[in-house]
Design a protein around this ligand. Structure first.
Ligand code: FES
Length: 566
C-alpha cells in the first residue's frame, strides 16, 4: 500500500518531499519521524479534548488507537487539538452563548491546522454537542478523505431501578422549586445522574449527531453507540484510522460522501429517532459547507412522512447504551432501508454504499421492540420533529413533537426579552397554565449565539406545567428538552422577525399537525407593529461574540458564519 500511496499527488508530498522541502521535513524529524514515516501519506487526528467536563475528558486516550489504525494502513498519523464547550456546564448562563459559536470555531481551527500543515486527510474524534458538527463541517469544507469517530456517551446513572441522565437533574431542580422533592433527593440525583466520562446518555444532541454521523456515511457503522468506557470504542477508533488509509488510497473525499442523498438519509434517521432539534440546525450547516442545496423545506417534507420508531430519552425511556445492546444505529438503518425510507446508493467511509455496508454489517438479533420498532408499527406515524411555518415564523421554526403529548396548543403570550427573566418567572411560580412563554432576542445575532433554553424548559416540566404551558423562542433547545417547546423561530427578533412584535396577552397558536405557528392577529395589526419596531442595542460590542453576531446567518440556514465550501 505504501508504495502506491507514495506516488500519488498528495498535499503532504508537495510539502515534505524533494530537496527544497528540507526545512519543512526538518521540523517533522524534530518530533521523531523517520525517513520511512516521512515518505508515507500524512494523516491528521483531530481530537476535541478538554478536562473541563466529562464529554471529551477521555478522548486524548483514543488518539493512540486511531494512530495505530493509520499506521496499519501505511499512513503516518499526527494529532492536533480542537476546542470544546461543555454545554451542560454553560447551560443557563452567559457562557451558553459560546456553545453554538464554538461549532464555527472548531470548523475554523481544523481548517487552519489541516490546511497549514498539508495533511492528506483526517480522522476527527468528537464528543460534546458542537464538536461533532464542527468536525463534520470541516470535513466537507476541506473536502478531503475524512472519517468521524465518536468519543462515546456516558453510562446511565441509577436511583433504585430509575434510570437517570442529566435531564433528571434539570427536572429535579424544577420539582424542588415546586416542593415536590427534597434537597437531599436532588443531591442524590446530582451524584448519580452522570456516573462516568462521556457525553450525556440520552438521545440528546451529542448522541443525535453521533447517530447522524453513521447515516451520513462519515463514520463506520456501529461506531456511535458503544459507551465511552467500552473497549469496543478503542476498536472503532483503530478501524477508523485504517479506513482513512483506504480513503486516501482510493481518493474518496468528504463531498463524495456527503451528497444530497446522504443528508436525506441523515434526516430520515433524525426523524425516525426523534433526535435533538439541534440536528436540523447542524444538518443545514453541514449542507451549506458541502455546497449541497438541502434546505429546511426538504427536512419538513421528510418530517411529514418518516415514522418515529426509536424510543429514547427524552421522548422515550432508553439511553444510548440500551440502543447499543439491541444492535445500535445499523439496526435502525436496516429497518428503514428494508421499508424503502433510505437512499441506499449513498457512499460511506468504507468506500461502499450504505446499502452494501448494511448488508455486510454483522447485525445482532435480539428482542428490541421495546426500543426500536419496525416502520410498519411505529410509535408515531410521522417524524419526531416537525418544522412549523406561519405568521410568527415565515422562515420556519422547529418543534420536537415526540417529546410532547400535545398536538395543538393555543394560549396567551407572556413575553420575555432574555432567558434569566423567564427563569425567574418560573422560579417565583408566576407562570400559569394556558400561557405561551415567549423568549426572544436570544437568536443567533440577538443573544448572540442562540443559547439553549433547557434551564427554563426543564423548570416548566419539573414544575408540572409541561402539558399546560408552551414556549416559543428564537433560541435553541437542548436535546434533553421535553414539552410543547418551539425553537429556532426565524427570522429572529434581533433582525425584526415577527416574534419581535408579540405583546403580552396575544393569542398564539401552535399546531403541529398543520405545521403552523401563528399569532392570532390581523395582518394589518402585525404589519403596523413591525413598522414601529426599533432594534435593540447590541448586547455585545467586542470579542468573539460580536464577531459572530456580525457574520452569522439565520437559523433557518443553519446559523453558519462561513461563505460556504472552499
Ligand atoms: Fe456534553 Fe451533554 S453536555 S454531551
Amino acid at each position: 500500500m505504501e508504495s502506491s500511496l507514495r506516488h500519488r499527488s498528495l498535499p503532504s508530498q508537495q510539502r515534505y518531499q524533494g530537496v527544497f522541502n528540507a526545512s519543512h521535513r526538518a521540523f517533522l524529524r524534530s518530533i521523531g519521524l523517520t525517513d520511512s514515516e516521512l515518505a508515507r501519506p500524512l494523516g491528521c487526528i483531530v481530537v476535541s479534548w478538554s478536562e473541563a467536563g466529562p464529554c471529551n475528558f477521555h478522548t486524548l486516550e483514543l488518539v493512540r488507537h486511531v494512530r495505530g489504525g493509520m499506521e496499519a494502513a501505511g499512513v503516518t498519523g499526527l494529532a492536533v487539538p480542537t476546542i470544546v464547550v461543555n454545554d451542560n456546564i454553560s447551560m443557563g448562563t452567559e457562557g451558553m452563548r459560546y456553545s453554538l459559536v464554538s461549532r464555527e470555531v472548531i470548523a475554523d481551527t481544523i481548517e487552519a491546522q489541516v490546511s497549514a500543515h498539508a495533511f492528506d486527510g483526517f480522522v476527527g474524534i468528537g464528543g460534546c454537542d458542537k464538536t461533532q458538527p464542527g468536525i463534520m463541517m470541516a470535513m466537507v469544507r476541506l473536502n478531503m478523505p475524512s472519517v468521524f469517530v465518536y468519543g462515546g456517551s456516558a453510562e446511565p446513572g441509577y436511583l433504585g431501578d430509575r434510570k437517570l441522565t442529566i435531564e433528571d437533574i434539570y427536572e429535579g431542580m424544577g420539582a424542588y422549586i415546586k416542593g415536590k422533592i427534597t434537597e437531599e433527593m436532588l443531591y442524590e440525583i446530582e451524584r448519580r445522574a452522570h456516573p462516568t466520562v462521556g457525553t450525556c446518555a440520552g438521545l440528546f444532541t451529542a448522541n443525535t449527531m453521533a447517530s447522524i454521523s453513521e447515516a451520513l456515511g462519515l463514520a463506520l457503522l456501529g461506531s456511535s453507540t458503544p459507551v465511552a468506557t467500552s473497549s469496543r470504542r478503542a476498536q472503532y477508533c483503530y478501524s477508523s484510522g485504517k479506513a482513512l488509509g483506504q480513503l486516501i488510497e482510493n481518493g474518496i473525499r468528504a463531498r463524495d460522501i456527503v451528497t444530497y442523498d446522504a443528508l436525506y438519509n441523515a434526516t430520515v434517521l433524525l426523524m425516525a429517532t426523534a433526535g435533538s432539534t439541534n440536528g436540523i440546525l447542524h444538518l443545514l450547516a453541514i449542507a451549506h459547507e458541502a455546497g449541497v442545496n438541502f434546505t429546511l423545506q426538504d427536512i419538513d417534507e421528510l418530517s411529514r412522512r418518516v415514522p418515529y420508531i426509536v424510543s429514547m430519552k427524552p421522548a422515550g425511556e432508553y439511553v444510548m447504551a440500551d440502543l447499543d445492546a439491541v444492535g445500535g444505529v445499523p439496526m435502525v438503518l436496516r429497518k428503514l432501508m428494508e421499508r424503502g425510507y433510505l437512499r441506499g446508493e449513498a457512499l460511506t467511509v468504507t468506500g461502499k454504499t450504505l446499502s452494501q455496508s448494511l448488508k455486510e454489517y454483522r447485525h445482532i438479533e435480539v428482542p428490541h421492540e421495546h426500543i426500536v420498532r419496525d416502520p410498519s408499527r411505529p410509535f408515531r406515524p410521522t417524524g419526531g420533529i416537525r418544522v412549523l411555518w406561519g405568521n410568527l415564523a415565515p422562515e420556519g421554526a422547529v418543534l420536537k413533537v415526540a417529546a410532547t403529548g400535545l398536538m395543538r396548543f393555543e394560549g396567551r403570550a407572556r413575553v420575555f426579552n432574555d432567558e434569566d427573566s423567564a427563569f425567574e418567572a418560573v422560579k417565583k411560580n408566576e407562570v400559569t397554565e394556558g400561557e405561551v412563554m415567549v423568549i426572544r432576542y436570544v437568536g443567533p445575532k440577538g443573544a448572540p449565539g442562540m443559547p439553549e433554553m433547557l434551564r427554563v424548559t426543564s423548570a416548566i416540566v419539573g414544575a408540572g406545567l409541561g402539558d399546560s404551558v408552551a414556549m416559543v423562542t428564537d433560541g435553541r433547545f437542548s436535546g434533553a428538552t421535553r414539552g410543547m417547546m418551539v425553537g429556532h423561530v426565524s427570522p429572529e427578533a434581533a433582525v425584526g422577525g415577527p416574534i419581535a412584535a408579540l405583546q403580552d396577552g396575544d393569542r398564539v397558536l401552535i399546531d403541529s399537525d398543520a405545521g403552523r405557528l401563528d399569532v392570532l392577529l390581523d395582518d394589518s395589526e402585525l404589519r403596523r407593529r413591525l413598522e414601529d419596531w426599533k432594534p435593540m442595542p447590541p448586547r455585545v460590542r467586542a470579542g468573539l461574540l460580536a464577531k459572530y453576531a456580525a457574520l452569522v446567518q439565520s437559523a433557518s440556514k443553519g446559523a453558519v458564519t462561513s461563505p460556504g465550501p472552499l
